[in-house]
Design a protein around this ligand. Structure first.
Ligand code: NAI
Length: 264
């Protein structure tokens, strides 16, 4: 089998970084994208430490909200590696603020990064995959894309939106040979709460208890890596009670609504 090319956004930290390190051990070509080039270089070093050749790594800084730059970025990847076999739309930002306090600009930013950015990059990559009648597109959604929880009205709205978009996209393109996976993490120990937006748009700046008690990020990456290899359509990953919320929402929504209110 020819060497595969995997493009990961949000690769400068957390789940994206851990996933890059896991794919590095698999010998795939890697495209590492996020906004901070110096952090991407650090992740690239981690990938070479894991055994990947340096010329199998493309550091491609980008901001997923800069739609105009995305077609050029796709071309750069194709010029470098020839194909894009798997795109992992993982870049994202969370929220820690009550609706009543939250600036509208915060809602717009959550939608721009967590929804529109994923759609824009996916649309830029799709023609290449449709032409080859082969490819795999994943998105890091969230349990917050299935369940509404306090302090995250905008984040839950955004993650529900990407779940809907990628489930619908799958129905459109699966018969064209393109696989679509939605990754549904619970609490994973990363900088997600530290980087989350507070009511005024500033970083929340703290690791909250949910995240501190979450699954180890490399353990998460191992689960996601194996599920992506198996081309699973939906990939729940987590170890805490939040994972039970996925099925409680389906079979007993009234119970779930009481439980989430109790978290307020
Ligand atoms: P993180 O804060 O460590 O990583 C977020 C990544 O996205 C970073 O690389 C950041 O630079 C990048 N990013 C943010 N805005 C960007 C933009 N405009 N353009 C390009 N890159 C941008 O947090 P984590 O946990 O690794 O988050 C990764 C994904 O996992 C996110 O989509 C998040 O919503 C999702 N997630 C995380 C959970 C957790 O408990 N850690 C739970 C459920 C979903």
């Amino acid at each position: 089998m020819p060497t595969q090319t995997v493009w990961i956004t949000g690769a400068s930290s957390g789940i994206g970084e851990a996933l890059a390190a896991r794919f590095a051990r698999d010998g795939t070509n890697l495209v590492l994208s996020a906004r901070r080039e110096n952090e991407l270089k650090r992740v690239a070093d981690r990938c070479t430490d894991a055994g990947l050749d340096r010329d199998q790594i493309l550091i491609l800084p980008l901001d997923v909200t800069d739609w105009d730059a995305l077609p050029g970025a796709v071309q750069t990847v194709l010029d470098t590696f020839g194909t894009i076999d798997l795109l992992v739309n993982n870049a994202g930002v969370s929220q820690r603020s009550l609706c009543k306090d939250t600036d509208m600009a915060v809602y717009r930013k959550l939608m721009d990064v967590d929804v529109m950015g994923q759609i824009a990059l996916t649309k830029a990559v799709l023609p290449h995959m449709l032409e080859r009648r082969d490819g795999h597109i994943a998105v890091t959604a969230s349990v917050a894309g299935k369940v509404g929880v306090p302090q995250r009205t905008g984040y839950c709205a955004a993650k529900h939106a990407v779940m809907g978009f990628f489930d619908a996209l799958r129905a459109e393109v699966e018969d064209d040979g393109i696989h679509v996976s939605t990754i549904v993490p619970g609490f994973i120990r990363t900088d997600i709460s530290r980087n989350a937006l507070a009511a005024d748009g500033k970083a929340f700046g703290k690791v909250d208890d949910d995240i501190a008690g979450g699954m180890d990020v490399d353990e998460c990456a191992e689960v996601v890596f194996n599920a992506l290899k198996a081309r699973k359509r939906e990939i729940p990953v987590g170890k805490g009670k939040e994972m039970a919320a996925l099925w409680v929402k389906r079979i007993a929504p009234e119970v779930l609504f009481k439980l989430t209110k109790a978290r307020n």
